[in-house]
Design a protein around this ligand. Sequence first.
Ligand SMILES: Cc1ncc(C[n+]2csc(CCOP(=O)(O)OP(=O)(O)O)c2C)c(N)n1
Ligand SMILES: [Mg+2]
Length: 399
Amino acid sequence: MAVSRLAPSASTLSKLLLHPVSAPPFSRPFSGTAAGDDQTVLTIETSVPFTGHKIDPPSRSVEATPKELLSFFQDMAVMRRMEIAADSLYKSKLIRGFCHLYDGQEAVAVGMEAAITQRDSIITAYRDHCTFLGRGGNLVEAFSELMGRRTGCSKGKGGSMHFYKKEAGFYGGHGIVGAQVPLGCGLAFAQKYFKDETVTFALYGDGAANQGQLFEALNISALWDLPVILVCENNHYGMGTAEWRAAKSAAYYKRGDYVPGLKVDGMDVLAVKQACKFAREHALKNGPIILEMDTYRYHGHSMSDPGSTYRTRDEITGIRQERDPIERVRKLILTHEIASASELKDIEKEIRKKVDEAIAQFKESPMPDPSELFADVYVKGYGVEAFGADRKEVKSVLP
Ligand SMILES: Cc1ncc(C[n+]2csc(CCOP(=O)(O)OP(=O)(O)O)c2C)c(N)n1
Ligand SMILES: [Mg+2]
């Protein structure tokens, strides 16, 4: 890692924090601009160079303020803690149904937010809890949704796979593999049509990358120069299938053929930020681009998968030791004397407390009312009728 200018020692930790841990984490959205008032700017090299397909890649040198590095550390640590807590809640049967955890992949959600604003849109698959937090969602809304409570971000009716925050440009949370990519291209179509000067990030996995609908959506997006960024979160497995067993070419950043692409270290939050900033500018001017984020999930595919039958424990431990996104930022903070190891430990302790408090709060929250069962299914007031199996006796007009 090459650094062109060292930061002076940080004055006090609290002065540097983007989201002071005394306030609820994520009480305001991530934004690179929020760190703009800091005097010191560090120039840090990404872990590995970017590799481009039909495009000159951006520079490896990324600018970051001490405040921004601390916010990256804190935001990723909150996400990690939330997912670990969700794991325990699932095992104690307080969360039921599907549940896919994101620990290991946090740098993608956080780095992406640092490069864009909430006027830009994001749409993703079912591994969506941390993307929701990144968009400014809070822990109580997240845990409530996981538990099917009324205070959840989808009113307790979506569950783990269907987190939404439309007012912050987050369009879910989708369970059908790959289906969110054409929807994302549709969002980008609207952005271009309304001359919004904004973009859509459509995220999908390496497994989804082999689907036909992705190429159909990409074709029309390229034809119409839509401002869409296809982000392949390559965690190297689709359920229990390793990428090499599923894909003839695992170079997902090249798979758009005529569409440019970039391969990015998705475990390096600064590389993600740099790539997303670059892609956003490209998409606004020229249309689609693919970002392949090389990342890793520590948990199994979902809670029913222990995650250790199709990969070795050594592989998981090796990634934790060599590439963990939180540890990478911890090292940067320590090297630049922005905060001490014990101050960082204190932040983590505080985060643990906040997560526990949020869990205690959601347990108080009621379930949705049965009258809500058919609400929010179709656009209100369209008079859509639902029939029972007999098509006669049970009949109601959906609210
Ligand atoms: C159309 C469709 N086919 C199959 C499934 C079952 N399924 C759920 S997740 C998944 C694997 C997807 O892997 P990937 O795209 O790499 O995403 P990751 O889970 O690694 O984030 C499959 C096959 C589904 N939900 N939808
Ligand atoms: Mg995958």
